[in-house]
Design a protein around this ligand. Sequence first.
Ligand code: ADP
Ligand code: ZN
Length: 220
Amino acid sequence: MAKANKAYVLFGAPGSGKGTQAEQLVKHYGFVHVATGDLFRENLKQNTPLGQLAKGYMEKGALVPDDVTARMLKERLQRGDEAPAYLLDGFPRTLPQAQMLEEILRELGIRLAAVIFIQTSDDLIVRRLGGRLICKACQTPYHKTNRPPKKEGICDRCGGELYQRADDNPDTVRARLATFHSQTAPLIEYYKKAGLLHPVNGEISAEQTLQEISEILKKY
Ligand code: ADP
Ligand code: ZN
């Protein structure tokens, strides 16, 4: 297979279901999932300088500075994976990041094919994130009531241990939503104008949302 020269952006509020959809899209289409949140958490775990820098921002529900995040993304994409496409999750999150992304993709010869916008209401998100559990080993998301693992506390896929993210407590969730509305939501207009925005419903079942995304992928 050739190196990926196409990218999709999965866009939506925290807890809109990007991680769940990404997992299915990777399985069905063989995309390479690049999630900036996962990259930061990996750095945090390894206690790298980048992790130390990101920690304070993440704990407050704030964004890590654009230039730091963009550099991390670029380094990741420069690896040049063999896949049909990249699936970007959590980047861009600000208008400057969207411009940086264009620059990075141009340099690497990757085309942005579509921005998939998973639409959700804030109420739903607060309910969802309160019950979210994530696998320490493979990052697969679960939910205490909506999507429980077969064995409590254990990942169905890899047997890893499930944990609740430090930033999934109610106060930080509210801060993350506020950050989304003030800094990330302007991207909706931006990508609409660019003709790249494809909204899907994030309030129906994960399977139905996946179906809507698949319809878009067929065309782009
Ligand atoms: P969420 O579920 O809130 O979408 P992520 O796992 O994508 O969470 O990101 C967790 C945290 O990592 C964010 O709250 C933010 O502090 C940091 N982060 C992730 N992506 C970016 C980005 N593109 N720009 C700045 N900070 C980011
Ligand atoms: Zn796992």
